[in-house]
Design a protein around this ligand. Structure first.
Ligand code: FAD
Length: 341
């Protein structure tokens, strides 16, 4: 059996929230062989299921993690097949997501442009079905290569097996435990129907006088809008949106709208209504508010930031205060978006 010490070592865990977190047993995974060696080193039978970490841009970590941690760093990015109209792009889990988007655009392929500049790795993108400006990764995903830790084998999962929902997939549920994403197959198009009608993006295109945008124009508009609104995690610790937009019944939405006529509502295919969590939080005057070492970002109420040296408890206390306020005023439960470990 491979020695655990040869593969696992204690080290600080990467996370964009900037919380100091020490992993007791951490292994860098650069190949499938590394993964198999890590499994063998732990117990050999897959009983001890590790946690996988990409860039740590959607996690709230504790100060100390005893569970084994695998840092996903398998690289590889290629066009695997193409014809006149479409192409299949293969991305390994450890690739930076924004590099995947840039690579696709460089090949003249559309489909990922609205998802430009989302931090993190390709392997984590399907976990919460990353989405932005009207597009989710599920719309382009053909299949995933998944390592079943307990069985110790690689499987190919078609998109349908992933049970994608709004910021949700099977990988967040008990059935997804021990399933490690190794790679993505993305189905992209040369001439794609683009989604450019999201208000912020439409305005940005308009500002630059672009009336028939190419995928690259949309990506550039998205990048400019994101840079204006969101804090750069290299300077200000954050995990992007801390809350999901709530899905409620039409009756509930009507009730709220009766005292808030400008309520933002997005009708869903299943009859429910999605509200903009940022609007509900904003109405409580939370934007820019500081509480201990954590704060609400001044330009976007959905984003909580690490002011200086915040720990998990500081950030979660602020989140809980916001949740309680929104629940008291609107009867709406705000769910957290990052994984709290
Ligand atoms: C400034 C900022 C803006 C953001 N904007 C958006 C946005 O617009 N839309 C959006 O959807 N998200 C957004 N996010 C959240 C985040 O970027 C995404 O969720 C991203 O996919 C996380 O990637 P990661 O590699 O950092 O994952 P991590 O934080 O490392 O992990 C997240 C979860 O995925 C699991 N995981 C990671 N890799 C694997 C793997 N290979 N196999 C199985 N499980 C895995 C982890 O165990 C964990 O549960 C934003 C974050 C920041 C900081």
């Amino acid at each position: 059996m491979t020695s655990t010490a040869a593969i696992f070592a204690a080290r600080a865990l990467p996370n964009t929230l900037g919380i100091e977190s020490m992993g007791r047993r951490v292994a860098e995974i650069r190949s499938v062989d590394d993964l198999i060696a890590a499994r063998r080193a732990l117990s050999g039978d897959g009983d001890e299921v590790p946690m996988v970490l990409g860039a740590g841009s959607n996690v709230v970590l504790p100060a100390r993690v005893d569970r084994p941690v695998l840092l996903m760093q398998i690289r590889g990015l290629a066009v695997a097949a193409k014809d006149q109209h479409s192409a299949r792009l293969e991305a390994a889990a450890g690739e930076r997501w924004h590099d995947v988007v840039r690579f696709a655009l460089g090949q003249g392929l559309g489909g990922l442009e609205n998802l430009a500049l989302i931090p993190g790795t390709a392997g984590a993108a399907p976990v919460q079905n990353i989405g932005a400006y009207g597009v989710e990764i599920a719309s382009c995903l053909e299949s995933l290569q998944v390592f079943d830790w307990q069985a110790g084998r690689i499987e190919v999962w078609p998109r349908e097996a992933c049970a994608f929902g709004y910021r949700d997939s099977v990988f967040k549920r008990p059935e997804g435990r021990g399933r490690i994403i190794l790679g993505l197959s993305l189905a992209l198009k040369h001439a794609r129907t683009m989604v450019a009608d999201y208000p912020d993006i439409a305005l940005e295109l308009n500002r630059f006088g672009i009336s028939s945008p190419q995928p690259i124009d949309i990506a550039e508009a998205v990048i400019r809008v994101r840079r204006r609104k969101l804090p750069d995690p290299r300077r200000v610790g954050n995990v992007g949106s801390f809350f999901k937009n709530p899905l409620i019944t039409a009756e509930q939405a009507d009730r709220i709208a009766s005292s808030m006529p400008d309520l933002v509502r997005y009708q869903q295919a299943d009859g429910r209504v999605k509200l903009a969590a940022a609007q509900l939080i904003d109405r409580g005057g939370w934007r820019g508010r500081v509480r201990g070492s954590a704060a609400v970002w001044k330009r976007q109420a959905l984003v909580l930031v690490n002011g200086s040296g915040a720990g998990r408890a500081d950030v979660l206390d602020l989140a809980a205060a916001i949740q309680a306020d929104v629940a008291a005023r609107y009867g709406v439960t705000l769910e957290l978006e990052p994984q709290v470990l």
